[in-house]
Design a protein around this ligand. Structure first.
Ligand code: CDP
Ligand code: MG
Length: 836
């Protein structure tokens, strides 16, 4: 019985299972509590406001006096030279012309929608106008304005700016609050916070007592948290008729929001930007003297060239004069077979990953050497890319020279001291280059940008435990986003935008990006609703701006019940709570949690990272046989794509230590880039898991059972169930069957495809795709006992309940005898647990 684990393990399993399944006391802030405090600093924010009016007449006078003091203080500041300068600047912004109209609309309507070009003054000015008018009306000491931002960096940067505009210290009348950090004083009346923070507050303070104005910024981004918040606020407005809601958006889809709030008035702030010239890849290549028509001479095996090119580019770094030719090689290496097709397909055959960095390097050199002064803003996909490019550029003779270039990064997870540098003006003769994620598209304004470099991709959602984010892969941006990126170059003077992709790729972009609520897998979303205690899932989601299909909601809920994340009454189980804190799909989260409980963390983290990233096994079209046999080596005798990945990754780590990772990848048809991505995901998983408190305190223990392939197989099964098919070995072939689809086939990439015999009665799989037949992607062979003990939710409904659930499967696959095996196995395990 391979699952009745080696003897020494049993004590471990006992202790940890019991801890996990029953009474595990969670550490504060570790579950359902993604954005709540772990340090003391959040506490005050969730407390209800002190009762302001004890003796109303006396209180009113005190408050009026405080208001007047605030006003006088502001007036004094505005008379100083800096104050004057600041006031002048504020008056020059397009929003200023609309000030009166805006304030009138706010006072007359419960909800308004404001739109305007990025940089026109929505975020910094509008909340201030409201604050000032409240102070003017002697209500300055009682008003409480909350302005939400989708990202923590913008909440911090904006509050700092607004405090500076008012000549105050941060934390006086203006403050901010983001997860685990904040600046907020007794007199703070205008608070910038992340959307997540406001959602948290609503949890403990359903009516937002004391709050007079809520401003939700950047709603055009349609982030999940913002869509969430709108559902909650819509209901709150009925209960709090005096509460004011102001929605702000950069682009013009105001109608959608207005009609969601019963035809709320819309106000548009007309603005101006300077013209920006768009350069697509073909124009950029022309600058290098490269001829477009040579795209037709494609090498069949682009990948091989890409490898060579990468190696070449490394040595080329020292010889800057040759960068142009590296770019040419790189472009040639990319597969342009269907380049001329102006269709969606051209997106998939244009793969900038292998050339991105060198192309960016080339463009940056060009700007620094040949273009007029002005800062450069480079849009990249995520912080890992930004960091590696920054490393690369720092050793560049021109771009790494601090007397010529000020190289900065800008992404959600950087330190606040670093953030400030982005807005500063560099010394004369030094060019500022900011490497940023898509957060610099709308929420942050860097004034002196004249050049924009756009790589055309973005991670759909930033990696943040706050958002339950399963999609970690970069994907193409929308036309609207590309326009927005381009617009950042025209803030102060006419600018230039370098799009690092061909025009035809741009033409194939979608017009707008789908709202996050509709592209995030619903399973994760449902967990989130439950962890935020927002009531019935389907009822809640039906009230969204653009609700998802009811059937998909139903399916997601059912799935969560099967894997044991929700109980029959749709309540979050302990497992569900833990899953809701992990930014991966629930099935992958379950694997991670089991990997932690069973002390085989490393291989399980590799499997999960591999399933979240793309496949590191390359299958070049004309070398498929070679590539397949390379992969098969990793799968020798294990009948598992997942275990093959674990071995491949471990081999790569070894090779890296011996500094031969390049050859290793080349020999084994592995993508170094994907392996690196897997590596970085693993690190993030580890920290997140540590947060849940399930990882063994002693780091040496985390991997005590990592060498045990039986156990790893069992945990893969725990995660992937109910993705299961039965295996029947025929004389010359194998027949596979699932309950829903009947006969199924394996993708030819799988190590289990084409083998004469699989010595396991079951395969668990991660994904199935319907083409003509149903095809299974990665799969792992598992035994009866593994399925019985790890498939589904063993803790639910006791022995009978679990058997009933499995019963359907056993009956369908005509293996009723397994039920008896299961009963005896289960008894044995339970006895063991009791004995210890
Ligand atoms: O929200 P919106 O995009 O409409 O603009 P904003 O963030 O309120 O910024 C208005 C103007 O303030 C920008 O155009 C910048 O010139 C200036 N600003 C700044 O100088 N420093 C900041 N940290 C933020 C804004
Ligand atoms: Mg803004």
């Amino acid at each position: 019985r391979e699952v009745i684990l080696p003897l020494g393990l049993q004590r471990e399993v006992d202790a940890r299972l019991r801890l996990f399944l029953s009474q595990k006391p969670m550490s504060k802030g570790s579950f359902s509590d993604n954005s709540l405090s772990r340090s003391g600093s959040d506490e005050g924010f969730y407390e209800q406001q002190e009762p302001l009016i004890k003796n109303s007449v006396v209180m009113e006078r005190i408050l009026q006096r405080r208001s007047l003091q605030l006003r006088d203080k502001q007036q004094d500041w505005q008379e100083t030279p800096e104050g004057q300068k600041m006031l002048e600047f504020r008056r020059s912004l397009p929003a200023f012309k609309e000030k009166d109209a805006l304030l009138k609309a706010v006072s007359e309507n419960q909800v308004i929608v404001v739109s305007g070009e990025t940089g026109c003054g929505k975020t910094t000015q509008l909340p201030q106008y409201i604050l000032e008018s409240e102070i003017e009306a002697a209500r300055g000491a009682v008003c409480s304005i909350i302005c939400t931002q989708p990202r923590r960096i913008s909440a911090m940067a904006v509050s700092e700016r607004v405090a500076a505009e008012r000549g105050e210290k941060l934390g006086d009348s203006v403050g901010y609050k983001v997860r685990l950090e904040g600046m907020k004083g007794r007199d703070t009346r205008l608070l910038f916070c992340t959307t997540g923070i406001l959602l948290r507050r609503l949890l403990v303070d359903r009516n937002l007592k004391g709050v007079t104005h809520v401003i939700v910024d950047e709603i055009h981004e349609r982030g999940m948290n913002e869509d969430f918040l709108l559902i909650v606020l819509k209901e709150l407005l009925l209960r709090r008729p005096e509460l004011r809601l102001i929605l702000m958006s950069a682009t013009l889809n105001a109608e959608l929001f207005s009609s969601y709030f019963g035809g709320a008035p819309m106000i548009h702030i007309p603005g101006f930007t300077y013209p920006v010239r768009s350069l697509f890849l073909e124009n950029i290549l022309e600058m290098t003297g490269y001829r477009l028509n040579s795209y037709n001479q494609i090498d069949d095996y682009g990948q091989e060239k890409a490898w060579k090119m990468q190696k070449q580019a490394q040595s080329l770094k020292k010889r800057k004069s040759q960068i142009a030719s590296a770019v040419e090689d790189a472009v040639e290496a990319a597969d342009f077979k269907e380049y001329s097709l102006r269709t969606q397909e051209s997106l998939s055959c244009w793969n900038p990953d292998s050339i991105g960095f060198n192309l960016i390097e080339y463009v940056l050199c060009h700007i620094v050497k040949k273009e007029r002064p002005g800062a450069v803003l480079v849009f990249m996909t995520g912080w890992d890319d930004i960091n590696s490019l920054k490393d690369q550029l720092q050793s560049h003779p021109l771009l790494g020279d601090p007397s010529k270039v000020l190289l900065l990064a800008c992404h959600g997870s950087m330190a606040s001291s670093e953030q400030r540098l982005i807005f500063d003006k560099p010394e004369d003769g030094v060019r500022k280059i900011v490497l940023a994620t898509n957060m610099a598209e709308t929420s942050i304004t860097i004034n002196d940008v004249v050049f924009v470099v756009d790589c055309g991709k973005a991670k759909e959602t930033s990696y943040d435990a706050l958002n339950n984010t399963p999609c970690l892969l970069p994907s193409w941006i929308s036309k609207a986003a590309a326009r927005q990126r381009r617009g950042r170059a025209g803030r102060v003077q006419p600018g230039e935008c370098y799009h690092l992709y061909p025009r035809c790729v741009y033409d194939a972009f979608a017009d707008y990006q789908l709202p996050e609520l509709l592209r995030t897998p619903l399973q994760s979303l449902c967990l989130q609703i439950k962890s935020l205690q927002l009531g019935s899932i389907s009822e809640f989601l039906s009230r969204a701006l653009q609700p998802p299909e009811p059937l998909s909601v139903q399916n997601a809920v059912e799935y969560l019940k099967i894997i044991g994340a929700l109980d029959e009454n749709e309540n979050l189980t302990l497992l569900g709570r833990n899953l809701s804190t992990l930014p991966v799909e629930p099935k992958l989260g379950k694997m991670l949690i089991f990997g932690a409980i069973f002390n085989c963390l490393d291989p399980i983290m590799t499997v999960v990272a591999g399933l979240s990233a793309r496949d590191p096994f390359l299958m070049p079209f004309d070398k498929k046989d070679l590539a397949e046999s390379a992969k098969a080596q990793f799968a020798a005798r294990n009948y598992s794509d997942h275990l093959a990945l674990v071995r491949a990754y471990e081999g790569w780590k070894d090779a890296e230590r011996k500094q031969s990772s390049y050859e290793y990848c080349w020999r084994n048809f592995l993508s170094a880039q994907t392996l690196k991505a897997i590596d970085s995901l693993r690190k993030q998983f580890f920290f997140l898991l540590k947060d849940t408190g399930l990882v063994d305190q002693n780091p040496e223990n985390c991997n005590r059972w990592s060498h045990d392939e039986h156990l790893i197989r069992a945990i893969i099964c725990a995660g992937l169930f109910p993705g299961i098919c039965s295996v029947v070995n025929k004389e010359k072939s194998i027949a596979l069957k699932t309950m829903e689809d009947g006969q199924v086939l394996l993708y030819s990439n799988s190590v289990n495809a084409g083998v004469p015999k699989i010595p396991y009665p079951w395969l668990v799989f991660n994904e199935k795709v319907k083409v003509n037949s149903v095809f299974l992607r990665d799969s792992t062979g598992v035994s009866d006992s593994v399925l019985l003990l790890f498939g589904g939710n063993i803790s639910r409904g006791g022995l009978d309940g679990h058997l009933k659930m499995l019963g359907g499967y056993l009956e369908f696959f005509m293996k009723p005898a397994l039920a008896d095996t299961y009963i005896s196995l289960r008894r044995e395990v339970e006895e063991l647990i009791q004995k210890k």
